[in-house]
Design a protein. Structure first.
Length: 277
């Protein structure tokens, strides 16, 4: 059994950790899991400050002092006002946005940067102040530009006044699990909890031998043939193999009558005939 403690995990917009939390509660009811939403701008703040054990982050991130396991990728979408021309399409290519004002650092989207007409002409205006994604969506809603977002984020923050369309030509967005890479090894019980959660997120079954909880149960169960198992069997009042008089042959002789004929086919009948002679 893993020692009881609390596991704290943060997650960025677009990540829905509910399925992992549910699995954890089923498998590890003695270890409470606390999940906290954080902004993408501060997605590693709690982990680096020691306020969270692990974090679901959106790549890329600065991996210095961290373990980072990529989990999955998701498609990108372009977000614009509902009356914008993009609303007439189901999917677009980044080249279709060459004349649009992107409310993001162009270096974050090199594919758009390299075909942007305003950047080529040197007429791009500085970005307006934006405190986060919600603030950026306010600007999109006001018609001041467009946004490129991961599909899950656009769905989570959807508004009736906005439309999102699948966008090709830009890299997919990656989600990863990150936790501190400490120079000092964690106590065994803490490391076991971390590894247990990694297994849950990666989809390992509750019976997987790679899960620390399963390993702990296996270590606590005497192996078949071991001295502990033999002692437990003997103490339970059951027959212990190898003891005199306890073998199968001995038990068989004591169990039934010793008929003449040695148990051969027809032996009993021949014995009866001999008795009538």
């Amino acid at each position: 059994m893993l020692e009881s403690r609390e596991l704290t995990v943060t997650f960025v917009p677009g990540v829905t950790p509910g399925k992992w939390i549910h699995r954890w509660q089923e498998r590890m009811p003695d270890v409470p899991l606390v999940s906290k939403p954080v902004t993408e701008e501060n997605q590693l703040g709690a982990v680096r400050a020691g306020e969270a054990d692990m974090a679901f982050v959106r790549l890329p991130v600065d991996k210095t002092g961290l373990h980072v396991i990529p989990l999955y990728e998701e498609l990108s979408v372009v977000v614009a006002p509902k009356d914008h021309p993009i609303a007439a399409f189901e999917e677009l290519d980044v080249a279709d946005l060459a004349d649009e004002y992107l409310l993001a650092d162009p270096d974050d989207f090199p594919a758009w940067r390299d075909i942007s007409s305003e950047i080529a002409a040197g007429t791009r205006k500085p970005l307006p102040p934006m405190a986060g994604i919600e603030a950026a969506l306010d600007l999109v809603e006001a018609g001041l530009g467009i946004l490129i977002l991961p599909m899950s984020v656009a769905r989570q923050l959807s508004r009736k006044t906005l439309r999102s369309r699948l966008l090709h030509g830009v890299p997919d967005s990656g989600i990863a699990l990150a936790w501190p890479d400490s120079k000092i090894p964690l106590p065994d019980e803490d490391e076991a909890v971390i590894q247990e959660f990694i297994g849950v997120v990666r989809g390992r079954s509750a019976q997987s031998s790679r899960q620390p909880s399963v390993q702990a149960k296996q270590d606590a169960t005497p192996k078949k043939g071991s001295k502990a198992a033999k002692s437990a069997t003997s103490a339970g009042g059951k027959t212990v193999p190898g003891k005199s008089g306890a073998g199968k042959s001995g038990a068989g002789k004591a169990a039934g009558p010793n008929l003449r004929g040695g148990g051969r086919p027809g032996g009993k009948a021949r014995a009866q005939k001999r008795g009538r002679r």
